[in-house]
Write a new protein. Structure first.
Length: 212
């Protein structure tokens, strides 16, 4: 009975995620406003600490030598971008051992040429040299093996054997939902290997300034 109940719950999550992807595919008009990714990152970390008190989830700048945090502002849908951050942090926590550190990084930079070493979902929509806001979720866990990385954003693709899952299986749609939301904001998402081992998911979105 417990297995049946668990499977029913998993199927419920799968149906909800499929419905969300269907809505995203329809590209319904969203209410867009100025969003600070730094605020979303801080709220997501607080929520993670409340859900999983024993896990180490930190806030940082794009480089470890940054001692202050600067806003990274985009024009976007608040609910959708919060879901991006929540899904990526949950993905890191669910697929890494208990002692793994997860760092959420926020900042801005100029768009550069495509990084051939990254697994990328979506076309790079910002011309090189223009400002982009960056949201990174980095872990120092086992990482994603190279054979799985190119397909990691595909719908229903699961590479559970490559990352030590701390909890039950997901729907296989979490990263696809993230990619769909990011694409709908004119951005793209990349998967990099964390230096020293681990996985780093990097979301890049068109940045706006105070004059917009």
């Amino acid at each position: 009975m417990s297995r049946i109940e668990a499977e029913a719950a998993r199927m419920g999550v799968l149906v909800e995620d499929l419905l969300m992807l269907a809505r995203l595919d329809q590209q319904r008009t969203r209410e867009l406003r100025r969003i600070d990714l730094l605020e979303i990152a801080a709220d997501t970390i607080r929520d993670a600490h409340a859900r999983v008190p024993g896990r180490k989830v930190l806030l940082g700048g794009l480089s470890d030598d940054e001692e202050t945090f600067e806003p990274a502002t985009v024009l976007g849908d608040d609910h959708g971008l919060r879901q991006v951050a929540t899904n990526l942090v949950a993905n890191a926590l669910n697929h890494t051992p208990a002692g793994t550190r997860v760092t959420v990084r926020v900042g801005h930079q100029l768009a550069g040429p495509p990084d051939g070493a990254a697994a990328c979902s979506g076309p790079i929509t910002v011309r090189e040299g223009l400002p982009v806001a960056v949201l990174e979720i980095e872990d120092d866990g086992p990482g994603v093996p190279p054979e799985h990385a190119p397909r990691i954003f595909e719908r229903l693709y699961r590479a559970d054997q490559s990352r030590n899952r701390a909890r039950g299986g997901g729907s296989g749609l979490g990263l696809a939902i993230v990619a769909a939301i990011v694409h709908g904001h004119g951005g793209w998402i990349e998967l990099h290997e964390t230096p020293g081992g681990g996985a780093t998911f990097r979301v890049l979105l068109p940045a706006i300034g105070d004059t917009v």
